[in-house]
Design a protein around this ligand. Structure first.
Ligand code: SF4
Length: 445
C-alpha cells in the first residue's frame, strides 16, 4: 500500500538541507506521497529507507515499455480508477494480429497496413502500436519466419509473440532480443520455461491464465524470473472482460494487491469488424493496457484512435497550441491574416479549413489558456486589448503590406474596440463557423 506523507517523512534524514529542491524534508515527503518527486532526488537517504520507499512509491500497476526507439510505447503505471480524479497515464496500446498461417505476401500487407496507420490529430501522432504474431499453425518454423519478416520490414515495430511452446518462443524472439518484445502464452504448464525465454530475450512476459485467481498465482511465481508481466484473465466475452479489467484495476489501486498490479491484455477480435470495434471501445474505455484486433480497417482505427486520445488527455488541462503566428501555405506580404484562440481543436479545425481553401494565409493564435473562441471571449481571455497587444508585440507589421485582421464571426462585437486599439488596422469580421472559411477566403482572392 502507498505510504502517507507523514510515514514517508519518518524515513527521511530530517536535516532540511534542501538538496532535493524542496524547502524541508516534510515538503519533499508530501511530494513523494503525491508521486510528484522521486526518492533519488534526496542524496542522503539511507539504503534501507530507499528500498522501503521504492516499493511503496512504485505505481500500483507496473509500467512496461513495448519496443524501443521512436515507436516505443509505455503501458501501465495507472494510479486512479476514474479519469476525473487524475489523468489516465499511458494510453492503451492497439495491436493487430498477424497469423503465421498467412502467406509472406499477405503478412507483408498487414505489416504495411500497421506501418501506414499513422494519422495526425490535434497535433498528436496516432497509430497502431504493435503487431501480435500468432502461432496459429503450431509450427515453430512458421512463427520464426513471420518474426523474421516483421523484423526485416518493420524493425522498430513493437511485437507480441504468441505461442505456448518455449522452443517456438525462443526462435521467434531472436530477432527482437533487447527490443522490449512481449512473449504471450505463459500458463500453469509452461510458466518457468516461458519466463526464462522472456528473460533471455529481455522481453516482458504475458500470462495466459484461465481466471483472475490463476493470473494472480502465476504472476507471483513468474516475477522472480521476469519482473515485467502482463495479464490475460482468460475472459473473452465483453461482459467478462469488463468485469475482470475492473476487478484488476480496483484490486491494484484500492487494495494495493500486488499480484494483480500489472497491465492487462484483451482480445477483442470478432468475425465482424463492427462488433470488434464495439468490444474494443469497451476495453479501451475500461482499463485494458493492450488490445488485440483481428481487423485493420481505416474507419475502425480512426474511431479507436479518437476515443483513446480523448480518454487519455488530462481533463484538468485543456489541450493547447503555442501562441504564435502560423503560416498556412506560403503567404506573401498581402496574404489574408486571421486570428483565433489556442484551444487545440479550434486551431486545427481553423487551420484545416484555411488549408482547404488553398489560399495561403497567416493565422495568429492567441494564448487563451486553451479555451475556444466564444468561451475565451466570455472569460475575458480573447479581448480587444489582448488581441491588440499580441499583434503589436508579434512584429507582424514588418512582414505584411495589408494591415487587415480577420476575426472570428462569433466575436464581431470586438471589431470596433480592436480598431481603436490597433491604429492603422482594418478589422474584418470573418465567418462564424470555421467551415465557412474556404468560401470566404476564395471570394477575396
Ligand atoms: S535532500 Fe533529503 S534530507 Fe535534504 S531536505 Fe530533501 S529530503 Fe530532506
Amino acid at each position: 500500500m502507498a505510504l502517507t506523507g507523514v510515514e514517508i517523512f519518518k524515513l527521511l534524514p530530517k536535516t532540511n538541507c534542501k538538496k532535493c529542491g524542496q524547502p524541508t524534508c516534510l515538503a519533499f515527503a508530501m511530494k513523494l506521497a503525491q508521486r510528484q518527486a522521486s526518492i533519488d532526488q534526496c542524496p542522503d537517504v539511507s539504503e534501507e529507507a530507499k528500498q522501503k520507499l521504492g516499493e511503496a512509491s512504485a505505481p500500483p500497476i507496473r509500467p512496461i515499455t513495448l519496443g524501443t526507439g521512436a515507436r516505443a510505447v509505455k503501458i501501465g503505471e495507472e494510479t486512479v480508477l476514474f479519469r476525473h480524479e487524475k489523468k489516465f497515464v499511458n494510453p492503451c496500446a492497439i495491436s493487430v494480429k498477424i497469423s503465421d498461417n498467412l502467406s509472406q505476401a499477405d503478412a507483408g500487407k498487414v505489416i504495411a497496413g500497421i506501418m501506414e496507420s499513422e494519422i495526425d490529430r490535434v497535433g498528436q501522432k496516432l497509430r497502431v502500436d504493435a503487431a501480435f504474431l500468432s502461432n496459429d499453425s503450431g509450427d515453430a518454423s512458421k512463427l520464426a519466419a513471420l518474426a523474421s519478416l516483421v523484423a526485416s520490414k518493420a524493425p522498430e515495430l513493437p511485437v507480441i509473440i504468441s505461442t505456448t511452446s518455449p522452443d517456438a518462443a525462443e526462435a521467434a524472439l531472436k530477432p527482437f532480443a533487447g527490443k522490449n518484445a512481449v512473449l504471450y502464452g505463459a500458463n500453469k504448464d509452461n510458466l518457468e520455461a516461458m519466463a526464462q525465454k522472456a528473460k533471455d530475450a529481455k522481453a516482458a512476459l504475458a500470462i495466459a491464465a484461465s481466471s483472475l485467481d490463476e493470473a494472480a498465482e502465476l504472476t507471483e511465481k513468474a516475477k522472480a524470473i521476469v519482473p515485467d508481466l502482463i495479464m490475460d484473465s482468460g475472459a473473452r466475452k465483453a461482459g467478462e472482460m469488463l468485469r475482470d479489467n475492473t476487478y484488476v484495476r480496483r484490486a491494484a489501486i484500492k487494495k494495493g494487491f500486488k499480484p494483480l498490479g500489472y497491465p492487462v491484455i484483451n482480445f477483442v477480435g470478432r468475425g465482424d469488424s463492427m462488433l470488434e470495434t464495439v468490444v474494443a471501445v469497451l476495453s479501451v474505455t475500461k482499463y485494458a493496457s493492450i488490445i488485440v484486433l483481428d481487423h485493420l480497417e481505416k474507419w475502425q482505427s480512426l474511431a479507436l484512435f479518437s476515443l483513446r486520445q480523448n480518454i487519455y488527455t488530462d481533463p484538468q488541462v485543456p489541450m493547447q497550441v503555442q501562441q504564435n503566428i502560423y503560416k498556412v501555405g506560403d503567404p506573401g506580404p498581402k496574404a489574408p491574416f486571421l486570428i483565433t484562440t489556442n484551444f487545440s481543436l479550434t486551431y486545427f479545425i481553423v487551420s484545416g479549413e484555411v488549408e482547404n481553401s488553398k489560399v495561403p494565409c497567416r493565422l495568429a493564435v492567441l494564448d487563451s489558456e486553451g479555451l475556444s473562441v466564444l468561451t475565451a471571449w466570455a472569460a475575458g481571455k480573447f479581448t480587444a486589448s489582448k488581441i491588440a497587444q499580441f499583434i503589436k508585440e508579434s512584429g507582424i507589421e514588418a512582414e505584411i503590406e495589408n494591415k487587415e485582421l480577420i476575426i472570428p464571426g462569433y466575436v464581431a462585437i470586438l471589431s470596433g474596440a480592436i480598431e481603436d486599439k490597433l491604429e492603422g488596422w482594418k478589422i474584418t469580421v470573418g465567418p462564424r463557423e470555421a467551415n465557412g472559411l474556404p468560401a470566404f477566403l476564395k471570394s477575396r482572392a
